[in-house]
Design a protein around this ligand. Structure first.
Ligand SMILES: [Ca+2]
Ligand SMILES: [Ca+2]
Ligand SMILES: [Ca+2]
Ligand SMILES: [Ca+2]
Length: 430
């Protein structure tokens, strides 16, 4: 297998973190990289040791106070920084995804960064890092926030939901719609609410419908369709709303915790199911050029028994095109193979920290095309900080790689960025 050397290596101490994204933040036509350093979805009172009445995993107090945003240019040079980076020797505890949205929220032609930290919904100016506004949400546990079109004013509403446990509500509840002035318009709780939400204009009237758990709501909050969780602990782990068969109607692919994944038609009827163990990610792509429409990659949780960690790629009709074992998380990358225009990047999370943590470029059949040269394992970090006693095998403390994908140098081709929180390795397509 081909070994790929990085095109660049950045030192991102002490502000490096697993949550980072590549976009154009200042409107100059070139992409920058935003690093969001906090405890992620665990920055809320349910995980705060100063609230012992809420049972469960607790971070340190330091994690609850941590908040630092850093914007770099495409070469890793800092353009602006807000807050104080992590100052302790030990790694900070973090969990999360969907950590921000970059959107022109106020319609001034420049993008803002919208994110939630400790019940505060905050809006920063992308170009400068200036804090534009902050809004206290009515409960803790919120982490997902997206700008949606739910009226004809031309302005955005905000769809926000809890993604985890909170002091006041069950897992993944509640969800809120906020108006242009960040006032609560409606609040809903659903069974199986799970992690991130999703939204799309499903009926073509120009306004967004909202997916919460396995339930779809109209732009005004009216229920459209709903499916019950398949078991008591089942919840939505991931979703894709896309027109997979190019017929102009959107389909819904929903990942159920511990069950088969289900793809629904736009009216909520079941289109097909995909046998899975614990699907946590659904990735749309054009992996096979001889297929019409989009294919969907369903990927099991990157931890647990090897025989329960599979990736399956199906076509728009549900026919399985590939199924293979995987030891990690996948991202779609627009690096063409001889099969199609998109392929997959696999970050391996082996069960043991001293096993090799490979980062592999693979084709849609799981064939390993190249290995990216990054940190080999996390054994030293695991040993030094005694992480064996923590949940998820010390993953909250960074004993794994994380990645982002985007065009850093403006040549029209995406690079993959891999971080271990201390360095960022940048790779071009080999
Ligand atoms: Ca830019
Ligand atoms: Ca703006
Ligand atoms: Ca609509
Ligand atoms: Ca369709």
């Amino acid at each position: 297998m081909k070994i790929v050397d990085p095109d660049a290596v950045w030192d991102v101490r002490p502000w490096g973190c697993p949550a980072f994204t590549v976009q154009d933040f200042n409107g100059d036509g070139k992409n920058e990289v935003l690093f969001v350093q906090n405890a992620g979805a665990h920055a809320n009172e349910a995980f705060d040791p100063r609230f012992p009445e809420v049972q469960g995993y607790k971070t340190g107090v330091e994690e609850q106070e941590l908040f630092c945003l850093t914007l770099t240019d495409g070469a890793g040079q800092i353009l602006w920084q807000v807050g104080e980076p992590w100052g302790l020797d030990r790694p900070f505890s973090w969990n999360g995804s969907n950590f921000c949205q970059v959107v022109d929220l106020d319609g001034d032609g420049q993008v803002e960064i919208m994110l939630i930290h400790k019940s505060e919904l905050m809006v920063y100016k992308g170009a400068t890092g200036e804090l534009r506004s902050t809004h206290r949400l009515p409960h803790s546990g919120f982490y997902y926030a997206r700008a949606v079109r739910t009226d004809r004013s031309g302005r955005y509403h905000i769809f926000t939901k809890s993604v985890t446990t909170s002091a006041t509500h069950g897992y993944g509840n509640p969800s809120l719609l906020l108006d242009h002035n960040f006032n609560v318009v409606w609040e809903v709780e659903v069974d199986g609410a799970g992690h991130g939400g999703n939204y799309a204009d499903v009926d073509g009237d120009g306004l967004d419908e909202l997916l919460i758990g396995f339930s779809l709501f109209d732009h005004d909050g009216g229920p459209l369709w709903s499916h019950p969780p398949m078991s008591e602990n089942d919840h939505l782990d991931d979703s894709v709303i896309a027109d997979i068969d190019d017929d102009g109607q959107l389909e819904f692919a929903l990942a159920h915790d511990g069950h088969d994944a289900v793809v629904h038609n736009s009216d909520g009827t079941v289109r097909f199911t995909v046998p899975m163990h614990h699907c946590q990610n659904i990735l749309p792509g054009r992996f096979f050029e001889d297929e019409t429409g989009l294919q969907l990659a369903f990927v099991d949780k990157a931890m647990g028994r090897a025989e329960e960690r599979e990736a399956a790629i199906v076509n728009s009709g549900g026919r399985e095109l590939s199924r293979h074992r995987t030891m990690g998380y996948y991202s779609v990358i627009p690096w063409a193979t001889d099969l199609g225009r998109d392929s997959l990047m696999r970050l391996e999370w082996p069960a043991r920290s001293n096993a090799e943590h490979r980062v592999l470029w693979v084709d849609p059949t799981g064939r390993e095309l190249a290995r990216l040269k990054v940190r080999v394992n996390f054994h030293d970090r695991f040993q030094k900080f005694g992480l064996e006693s923590f949940p998820a095998g010390g993953r909250y403390f960074g004993t794994c790689h994380n990645s982002a994908i985007g065009d850093l140098d403006g040549d029209g081709h995406d690079e993959v960025l891999v971080t271990d929180r201390e360095k960022v390795w940048v790779f071009k397509k080999p």
